[in-house]
Design a protein around this ligand. Sequence first.
Ligand SMILES: C[S@@+](CC[C@H](N)C(=O)[O-])C[C@H]1O[C@@H](n2cnc3c(N)ncnc32)[C@H](O)[C@@H]1O
Length: 269
Amino acid sequence: MQALRDTTYRRLCDLMYESVGLSFGDAKRSLVSSRLAPRIQRLGLGGFEDYLALIESPEDGGEFQWAVDLLTTNETYFFREPAHFDLLEAELARTRPPKLRVWSAACSFGDEAYSIAMLADELNQVGRIGRDWSVLGTDISDRVLRSAAQGIFPQERLREVSPERLKRHCLRGEGESEGLVQVQPRLRKHLRFGQVNLSRPLPDELGPFDVVFLRNVLIYFDAATKREVVDRVLTCLRPGGLFFIGTAEGRVPCETPLESLGPGAFRRR
Ligand SMILES: C[S@@+](CC[C@H](N)C(=O)[O-])C[C@H]1O[C@@H](n2cnc3c(N)ncnc32)[C@H](O)[C@@H]1O
């Protein structure tokens, strides 16, 4: 296959930036090329130009979405960055909300949303939070959302989940499903999943939430987009609500006043 030309790369970057806010500088060119090349070959296309024409077209057969999936990582696992879940647990046990609405924005396969649900269910069982709790998981990728809605996971992604928790909330697969676990329907009925592009105006009906997780997605955006996304997401968080970003994402500048509670953890003032 021909190498990725300058002009094609620039057009591809512009398309990704304008549509979904993803920012790839010159440094990411070989990464972009190596992630897309196998897909182009599999589709039997002539090269990057043809692929760009396909994903720019309204009749792309879902290929633009594929390209976004290939250029981002969906890496996630249960109770990733456990300090955030400890803080959430302590806060909920202290404030004892009768009603709780949580948003896992950029939830990928849903591991984060289900981790929150496990915690909420346990707190409800011991009377620390009310029965009216729910978690909304959203992502740009409908592929990961379809998987999240099923609540089926490779057991390896639940490596941080204690055996007691696993037993309480999950069913183990047998036979052909060996190595997979499914989250109990009792928990699943508190979760919903839907597609939301964080780099565009948010749907009016979203929020308000008591807690928002926006973790490990800001890395894809440039400084201006990061700020816009954070402020946009925070419009859906009620004052006093908790806000989490990935601990590796540093302090994110935004207009919305935030009180820092620890690495990647904030309270909206
Ligand atoms: C690394 S995963 C983060 C999963 C989870 N939050 C965690 O920390 O484990 C990043 C996710 O961001 C999603 N994403 C990328 N750009 C997005 C956008 N503009 N709007 C919504 N989601 C986006 C990707 O599809 C991917 O599933």
